[in-house]
Design a protein around this ligand. Structure first.
Ligand code: SF4
Length: 763
């Protein structure tokens, strides 16, 4: 049975206030400023925020929501301000901190404490048998990594992880280095979040990305927001939805929790958002059971087929279906077998609610479906994406303005990193182009994704872990197994801006290599550099740091990767690493020759706002094997907890960025001064014989009969969907076994964990 770390957040300070019924507004501005000023002081805060998301400024390191064509001078949200000033902080981690705290001591600190120490300032090493990190020069550090890599029995014993913070330029170089070294082991954070979207969209449309633009959102008749909490995770999406509403469009929110941002938005840029009541967002809110979305879309599809039966030629877009799709007949026959009984049980919704949404669909000419992790982190995440694609195909809601698919990415360049080849299964077309450009033969066998990578480290098949950005050990499922896997490595290397758990859970030798952040000015031999990123809507644009770097001993990610490549592969090969480091434009020239859609990259990205990558789906071209979009038949997969159990989803608090809490609060949900809480519907609590604020352990049960325990959580009565529970990530990662993954995509099933709540064992 598994345990959580005992050190973090005793839940006894918990206070609970009513959940907020709107997002943003004046309080959002005040909270952003309070955090920003405490971190970065007035001057750095001003410098940073005034250039945040401006066309020649810093791209927000937060989510991947796109920037509008006409930017406001304050073009950011509360959380974006916190993310960038958290990086721009004036606090510093120096060698004295590492001398004062052993690695073991640092490992007892909370995630928040580690982050709050500030920016890393010089390379540090923990040597074999050592208890503390100590300073090391860049030359020795990079030599140490190169020697270890070159001593491995096979390049596949190393893995190169990235988070979505990496720029296009650094990502392109990282995959080039890994492949020229000899491995496709390129796991990334996408494996843990939107991999199901990429898989489902790739199978059905041939392109694993969203098809819509901001203009499409604005002009849609109907926008579904499914399994998503935009008020916290993509706050400027609310500005776009506000525009949808002002243009007469309607919004249907589908989620197990009634999140503030789905209810009402007070836009702080507008007078009505400051002094008025703001804009209601969801016209319809479906409080669905976790994992019920597949069943919902299946029934909506059945209802469309039946409406067509009743009024032939008036509901489905037969011309579109005939010209651009395959598989309709099989899909229709399969969909007609979907039963109300199963759908109502899987969704927890009423028939009237679903029929009401069906009428909304019939009334809309242009429909968009947006989604996030509430769909993708389920065992049937990929079938759910396939099913919603069929839903859109039925009425031709692709390839025209105001319609399409919109997976909303949670980290600023996670989509761009994949475009740049951070993919353990990159297609041959990409590898062919890469090999031609740099005169080498890239490895063709698939590498490890995040789950396979942990298995490989656990089993001794991978011994060197290089992480560029991110906090792998806290982001991954099965915390105990992941921690043991990292500790089993001979070398772990973390290229980071700030201290996190992945530095305290480390291999026999461990290196911390401090790097420039997005907000830092990046000057190389040819002068000041900018980098580029790709947002959720395939817009590619510049990001240029404005602040003096946190320390003179920092190197950029591009410089670290280039120097490591030279040390590992030797000087004088066909890849001009030194030139790449000196002038990032030379990297972009190569990207233009390797990656489709980046022709004339340097010139096009010099234009303010950059350019949008083409998506063939928008021209009704589908790069699937048949050349057509594909209707699919998906079996209903429902999460059926036994009596006395709930379906737990893990989620972020509002005052949190990925694995890092900025505060112990979850302001929109009214949770204060605690994170070890579990939100449960009051009626479920009554049935379970529990009361609000009871202290419980969360015990997850699995099909192999195993159980896992996360200890010491306070119950909070909350208006969640019946039969569901919600608690914070990463504290509950311990409940998800490594092998519990989504079909096809291998994404951990963090949104569908069957649990029971037991009186706490230990407190
Ligand atoms: S919406 Fe996302 S990208 Fe925009 S400022 Fe907020 S966190 Fe940053």
């Amino acid at each position: 049975m598994s345990k959580t770390r005992p050190d973090v957040d005793p839940p006894d300070d918990l206070t609970v206030t009513p959940p907020k019924t709107y997002a943003a507004g004046v309080p959002g501005v005040a909270h952003a400023m309070e955090y920003s000023l405490a971190q970065a002081g007035p001057r750095r805060t001003l410098l940073t925020l005034l250039s945040l998301n401006q066309s020649e400024g810093i791209d927000c390191p937060g989510c991947a929501w796109p920037d509008p064509k006409h930017r406001h001078k304050n073009e950011y949200c509360e959380n974006g301000a916190k993310h960038v000033t958290d990086e721009a902080t004036t606090r510093r981690v120096t060698r004295e901190l590492f001398a004062a705290h052993s690695v073991a001591e640092l490992d007892t600190k909370s995630d928040m404490w580690l982050n709050q120490q500030g920016r890393l300032t010089e390379p540090m090493v923990k040597r074999p048998g050592g208890t503390h990190y100590e300073p090391i020069g860049w030359d020795e550090a990079l030599g140490l990594v190169a020697d270890e890599l070159n001593a491995l029995g096979s390049p596949d014993e190393a893995m190169f992880y990235t988070s979505g913070r990496l720029s296009n330029e650094a990502a392109f170089l990282l995959q080039l280095f890994a492949r020229s070294y000899g491995t496709n082991n390129l796991p990334d954070c996408s494996n843990m979040c939107h991999e199901s979207s990429g898989s489902g969209l790739g199978e059905t449309l041939g392109v694993g990305k969203g098809s819509v633009s901001l203009d499409d959102i604005h002009e849609a008749d109907l926008v579904f927001v499914v399994g998503q909490n935009p008020g916290t995770n993509h706050p400027r999406m609310l500005t776009a939805l506000e525009e949808t509403k002002r243009n007469g469009g309607r919004v249907i929110a589908v989620n197990p929790l009634p999140e503030a941002g789905l209810i009402r938005f007070k836009n702080p840029q507008k007078a009505r958002g400051v002094v008025g009541r703001g804009t209601p967002i969801a016209d319809v809110f479906l409080k669905i059971r976790p994992g019920g979305d597949l069943a919902l879309f299946q029934m909506l599809n059945r209802l469309l087929l039946e409406a067509e039966d009743a009024a032939p030629g008036t509901v489905l877009d037969h011309a579109y279906i005939g010209a651009h799709t395959i598989g309709f007949e099989e899909f229709a026959a399969h969909t007609r077998t979907v039963t109300w009984e199963h759908v109502l049980e899987a969704t927890g919704l009423t028939r009237a609610e679903i029929e009401g949404v069906h009428r909304e669909v019939l009334a809309a000419q242009k429909v968009i479906v947006c989604w996030a992790m509430g769909l993708t982190q389920h065992r049937h995440g990929v079938p759910t994406i396939r099913e919603l694609v069929s839903f859109l195909l039925l009425r031709g809601n692709l390839g025209r303005p105001g319609a399409g698919v919109c997976p909303v990415r949670g980290h600023s360049n996670v989509q761009g990193d994949r475009t740049m080849g951070i993919w353990e299964r990159a297609p041959d077309s990409f590898l062919d182009a890469l090999g031609r450009e740099f005169s080498f033969e890239p490895p063709r066998h698939h590498g490890y994704d995040s789950v396979a990578g942990v298995r490989a480290m656990r089993d001794g098949k991978a011994r060197v872990f290089v992480g560029v950005a991110g906090n792998f050990v806290r982001a991954m499922s099965d915390s105990d197994v992941t921690e043991a896997a990292l500790r089993a490595c001979s070398l772990t290397v973390q290229i980071s801006t700030k201290l996190n758990r992945s530095h305290t859970v480390c291999g026999e030798t461990a290196l911390i290599l401090p790097t420039l952040g997005r907000s830092d000015r990046d000057v190389q031999a040819s002068g000041e550099q900018f980098v580029t990123v790709e947002d959720s809507m395939s817009e590619v644009h510049q990001s240029r740091g404005r602040l003096d770097p946190a320390s003179p001993d920092l190197l950029s990610e591009v410089a670290i990767i280039s120097r490591l490549a030279r040390r590992t592969l030797g000087e004088g090969g066909a890849i001009p690493w030194e030139e790449f480091e000196a002038d990032y434009a030379s990297i972009r020239d190569r990207i233009a020759r390797v990656v489709p859609g980046f022709d004339d990259f340097n010139a096009r990205v010099a234009v303010p706002g950059g350019f949008r990558l083409p998506n063939p789906v928008n021209e009704n071209r589908f790069p699937t094997p048949s050349g057509k979009a594909v209707f699919t038949c998906n079996d209903l997969d429902m999460i059926a907890p036994p009596p006395g159990h709930l379906v737990l989803q893990s989620l972020r608090s509002h005052d949190q960025w990925n694995t890092i809490p900025y505060a112990m609060n979850d302001r929109y949900r009214g949770i204060h001064d605690a994170r070890r809480i579990v939100m449960v519907n009051p009626d479920d609590l009554a049935e379970l014989g529990l009361a609000d604020r009871d202290l419980v352990d969360i015990v997850s049960i699995w099909t192999d009969g195993s159980e896992r325990r996360a200890e010491g959580f306070r119950v909070v009565a909350y208006p969640a969907a019946r039969g569901s529970a919600a608690s914070y990530y990463p504290e509950t990662n311990v409940l998800v076994p490594l092998d519990s993954v989504a079909e096809v995509s291998n994404t951990p099933t963090s949104k569908g964990v069957i649990v029971r709540l037991e009186p706490a064992l230990s407190r």
